[in-house]
Design a protein around this ligand. Structure first.
Ligand code: G6P
Length: 603
């Protein structure tokens, strides 16, 4: 998975591309590169490592040109190295490409081309695209791209420039995102909107197998028969500063702090006069006898929380499946199943495959997605958008919180429609949900205790999270967050399961984070807390119904009161901050944790 960008216009493409790549680094950061086309041909600069390495290289040997492409890489085929970095060129140095995706039949293509005497320099699947395009090149770049795309199996978003047609930048996509941005001074292709927002908010979202031909002054679109197609641009309302750090040390902290606003906007869109409300109201839940939720990572954890809320309110069976499992398990879904697909990016490969499998089996699909125009958003029958804005930190926070509130509202609406709750209860529940943003604001004004406690936790090798019922579901997210960014081993357990194994791991000074927002289960979780303390553990007890008093081994952090079904939205905020400050005190690269990527567009 990678980020690509391209520019053609009246300004020097180099700083524009480098700046765009900065905003795409969340898509991968193993290496980066740029190819500029000018009267002397191509100048390609590419380098293993972070974008800063490329910037330094370019600053030492400045290049200039009005057309170019850039790439930031997350390695899939071929190790991260200078040679495997993009852009890639054909043998004759006529065509340069950047690619996001995976070419599944690259070995066959490579063998075929090698037999014709074409030699390859990298181990990547992507290089075959440049070589193939060059071997097919007829002098007409649109024809070339069509022939090339027809020969490729797999996924791609491609930016292509060709020496024979120095006034064009060409792009095509399949199963990976690509947008076209248009501005006064020139035109862009990019994997995502923030990469071009400094220049324009007018964008076209590309569909699979559409071809874009950009010139200095405009853009034209074609289908795979080479016929022109008409597309309407959209105006993006995200401003660039919303995609910047906003003064915080890390995007993750900025995004945690943005949560009250995100909650408010998302709730408003679903219970006020927003598109989400219209979609929720249009859904006839009585058509379905089952709900299946499928997602990956944190989005899966949001599904785990939702299971408790849906089952409690709707009295309906809800199954939650990891998308990577769902896609291969012969899932029990049919036309009577509502499959809810949750994904921040809307581009996670496993989740896309699960969605398509559900559709193939006749299920109705409803997605909860943050990225407008993303694959999942476009392909599901219904889409609810989280109004979280661009999320840059790899570890999700605000998008997760926005997913939760949409799921709550959906559950309340379904329960009302199914007659499982009265109108008054429905209203009361929506009021509880609407109170979350203010409660979150209050919590974010009192982050000192979490910050201080986290500072004492950097030395742990392992941290356990426990909770019961819905507190267990959010413990899963607390644990995932911690391991993602602090590299401390961590596991979440249902409190009642401790005695079935995990308790053997509790020894002197093990840290256990316990969550307690289900008042009716307080005594149960408290007895788990006592059990681990008596075996030498230290406990950080987070909740809103805690009756215990703090002690040498017991730290207590209070949460505001809220209906237990919606409490995960509050507990998760301190769990996120706990992980953040542990990682910050370890001096780690919080926004780009090792080996992880924000948007996993490969299997
Ligand atoms: C990656 C990210 C996770 C994220 C998961 C699902 O693994 O590192 O933070 O939860 O993908 O992403 P999605 O975009 O589908 O929500």
């Amino acid at each position: 998975m990678c980020g690509i960008i391209g520019y053609i216009g009246t300004e020097n493409a180099v700083p524009i591309i480098l700046d765009g790549l900065k905003r795409l680094e969340y898509r991968g950061y193993d290496s980066s590169g740029i190819a500029i086309m000018n009267n002397d041909g191509f100048t390609v600069v590419k380098q293993k490592g972070r974008l800063s390495a490329l910037e330094e290289l370019v600053s030492r040997k400045p290049i200039e040109g009005f057309i170019g492409i850039g790439h930031t890489r997350w390695a899939t085929h071929g190790e991260p190295s200078d040679i495997n970095s993009h852009p890639h060129l054909g043998n004759q140095n006529k065509i340069a490409i950047v690619h996001n995706g995976i070419i599944e039949n690259y070995k066959q293509i490579k063998e075929r081309l090698e037999q014709k005497g074409i030699s390859f320099v990298s181990q990547t699947d992507s290089e075959v695209i440049a070589q193939l395009a060059e071997s097919y090149h007829t002098g007409d770049i649109v024809e070339t791209i069509i022939r090339t795309a027809n020969a490729l199996e797999g996924s791609y978003a491609l930016g292509i420039i060709c020496l024979d047609e120095p006034d064009k930048l060409v792009a095509i996509k399949k199963d990976n995102p690509l947008i076209v941005g248009v501005s006064e001074h020139g035109n862009f292709i990019a994997s995502d909107v923030p990469a071009v927002l400094a220049h324009t908010n007018k964008v076209y979202y590309m569909n699979d197998k559409e071809i874009a031909v950009l010139t200095k002054t405009g853009v034209e679109f074609y289908d795979m028969d080479g016929e022109p197609i008409h597309k309407e641009p959209e105006i993006v309302t995200w401003s660039l500063d919303r995609a910047e750090k906003g003064g915080y040390e890390h995007f993750m902290l900025k995004e945690i702090m943005e949560q009250p606003r995100v909650l408010k906007d998302t709730i408003q869109s679903a219970i006020g006069d927003g598109d989400n409300r219209r979609i929720i109201e249009s859904l006839d839940i009585s058509r379905f006898n089952r709900i299946v939720i499928t997602a990956c990572g944190s989005a899966y954890n949001a599904g785990m929380v939702a299971k408790y809320v849906f089952e409690q309110l709707c009295r309906m069976t809800v199954e939650v499946d990891l998308a990577s499992e769902f896609r291969y398990k012969d899932p029990i879904v049919d036309k009577d199943t509502l499959v809810i697909i949750i994904s921040q990016s809307g581009e996670t490969a496993d989740t896309i495959a699960a969605m398509r499998e559900a559709k193939r089996r006749g299920a109705t699909t409803l997605s909860i997605v943050n990225v407008i125009g993303s694959t999942i958003a476009r392909e599901t029958d219904y889409t609810l958008y989280t109004i979280a804005g661009p999320e840059i930190a790899v570890a999700t926070t605000k998008a997760f919180s926005a997913q939760l509130v949409l799921l709550y509202i959906l559950a309340v609406s379904f329960a009302g429609k199914l007659g499982k709750i009265s109108k008054e209860t429905e209203e009361k529940l929506l009021e509880d949900i609407a109170s979350l943003p203010d409660k979150a604001t209050g919590m974010l004004e009192r982050i000192d205790p979490v910050q201080k406690y986290a500072a004492t936790c950097v030395g742990y090798k392992s941290i356990f999270f426990i909770g019961r019922n819905i507190d267990y579901a959010i413990a899963l997210e607390g644990s995932l967050k911690l391991k993602e960014i602090s590299y401390i081993h961590s596991e979440a357990y249902a409190g009642g399961e401790l005695k079935h194994g995990t308790i053997s791991l509790i020894e002197d000074n093990t840290l256990v984070v316990a969550i307690s927002c289900c008042e009716r289960l307080y005594e149960k979780i408290y007895s788990n807390v006592e059990q681990v303390i008596s075996r030498g553990a230290k406990v950080l007890f987070i909740g809103n119904c805690i009756k215990a008093v703090p002690g040498e081994r017991l730290e207590i952090i209070e949460l505001p009161d809220i209906n237990e079904l919606f409490a995960p939205s509050l507990s998760v905020i301190y769990l996120q901050l706990f992980s953040y400050y542990v990682a910050a005190n370890k001096g780690l690269d919080i926004d780009k944790p090792r080996n992880l990527a924000k948007s996993v567009t490969v299997e």
